[in-house]
Design a protein around this ligand. Structure first.
Ligand code: FAD
Length: 402
């Protein structure tokens, strides 16, 4: 068992850390650096993206031949955590959701012709993308088998009808992946399709107002009224939708965790800074045992999260699905992020509740972590399912030659 990282990954990490501290973090204090939805304003983003690209810090998640850096999931775990020391970090390096997951699934599942048409412009930063799966009640949410959006084959095209919601980035996206039902088969009933924003037959009904800061393009409700998609724009084969979803969501859940660890660490940093300078009742806050317990506990929870994420990353890099590991990481890190932001606000007192620090931003953002890409309860259900299947074997070490 070797917990060291390669010199190459460490070199990326150091470069990213410097970039985040020197170029991105100063913007957090400038009101003009925010758009009206609390994210980094477009002009600042484009300038920083150009710089990240020129420094070779672009698309770490993709293979070199796709236009990325070929870091693998272990390398990404190290670097994404570093990027999200700033609330604006990941999007600057083209490593934010939903682009991150969309690019990874297209790299893995698309044909060469599809990659050229749909993936390349995203990698080049020319367009953005969205992944449309979730539907309002009574459609598919936690349970994808409840999907109501249909795709009916008509010669060399499919006709899509239905409704989706909470589709991140839809207002900005040019390229969409949409999931629809092509048959009643429980395993092979869903299909993934690619479509361009300029196709007729669909529209954005509304941008859903949310409690947190928003990704560029918001979270939208979409209506499909006879959207025509040619058969060549099916991702994988008809009936492979569930497979595409698993390929998309497994790694994407984990990269969420990688980023959230960065935000949790930043929360601790902000808590320690204030506790270190603030006096009350004749004592520095940082010397109070109650505060030390809070910070010591967070430090431990963050390290537990890092170990869970790194184990899952290692498994994925070795061609495994890491279902257990990803679910455990997702539950733990989502809750940790919430706790870290909450504790840091508490330690900062009224200041923590203000917009003078990014803590309130992180706190509002953190609440979604326990819902997106599988609510806590759904991941716990998955873990219990595996526990029932594997019994005591749930916890095991892979033995050499085994
Ligand atoms: C900010 C944000 C961004 C999102 N972006 C996207 C996107 O880009 N594309 C996309 O397709 N979707 C997106 N979603 C949707 C997200 O993936 C879903 O919200 C999530 O899958 C849960 O589905 P649901 O909201 O329908 O919850 P429901 O399925 O209605 O579940 C509601 C609650 O019931 C409980 N529950 C559900 N199942 C179980 C169970 N088996 N056991 C016990 N309790 C259970 C959980 O507490 C859950 O939170 C986004 C959501 C948010 C909040």
């Amino acid at each position: 068992m070797d917990f060291t990282i390669s010199a190459e990954i460490e070199a990326y990490r150091t470069k990213i850390a410097r970039f985040v501290e020197a170029e991105i973090m100063p913007l957090e204090e400038r009101r003009d650096a925010y758009d009206e939805h609390g994210n980094i304003a477009r002009d600042h983003l484009e300038r920083l993206r150009d710089k990240a690209r020129s420094e070779g810090l672009w698309c770490l998640q993709l293979k070199k031949e796709t236009g990325g850096q070929g870091l693998g999931k272990v390398g990404m775990a190290v670097c994404y955590e570093e990027m999200n020391r700033s609330i604006f970090g990941p999007v600057v390096f083209n490593s934010a959701a939903p682009e991150d997951g969309n690019m990874m699934v297209l790299e893995e599942a698309a044909t060469e012709a599809q990659k050229k048409r749909w993936l390349k412009p995203i990698v080049e930063g020319k367009v953005s993308s969205a992944f449309a799966m979730t539907e309002p009640h009574p459609g598919a949410g936690s349970d994808p088998s409840m999907m109501l959006t249909t795709a009916k084959r008509d010669g060399d095209r499919y006709i899509i009808r239905g409704r989706k919601w909470f589709i991140t980035g839809a207002e900005n996206a040019q390229h969409f992946i949409v999931m629809a039902k092509t048959s009643d088969d429980p395993r092979k009933g869903l299909t993934a399709f690619l479509f361009d924003r300029d196709r007729p037959g669909w529209r954005i009904d509304r941008r859903i107002p949310i409690m947190g800061p928003e990704e560029h393009g918001g979270h939208c409700e979409l209506i499909f009224e006879d959207l025509e998609i040619p058969t060549e724009d099916v991702l994988m084969e008809e009936g492979d939708g569930l497979k595409v979803t698993q390929m998309r969501l497994g790694p994407a859940r984990l990269t969420h965790c990688m980023r959230w660890l960065g935000l949790a660490k930043r929360s601790v940093e902000l808590a320690r800074a204030y506790a270190g300078e603030r006096f009350g009742f004749g004592q520095r806050l940082s010397e109070r045992e109650s505060i030390r317990m809070m910070l010591g506990d967070l430090a431990m929870q963050i390290e537990i999260g890092r170990l869970l994420v790194m184990k899952a990353a290692w498994e994925l890099d070795h061609g495994r699905f890491a279902r257990k590991e990803v679910s455990m990481a997702k539950i733990h890190v989502a809750n940790l992020l919430h706790k870290a932001a909450d504790t840091a606000i508490q330690i900062n007192g009224a200041r923590g509740y203000s917009t003078d620090t990014p803590l309130e931003w992180i706190y509002r953002y953190a609440r979604q972590a326990r819902l997106v890409d599988g609510a806590d309860e759904v991941h716990k259900m998955v873990l219990d399912r595996l526990l029932r299947k594997e019994g005591r074997g749930f916890w095991h070490w892979d033995a050499e030659g085994g």
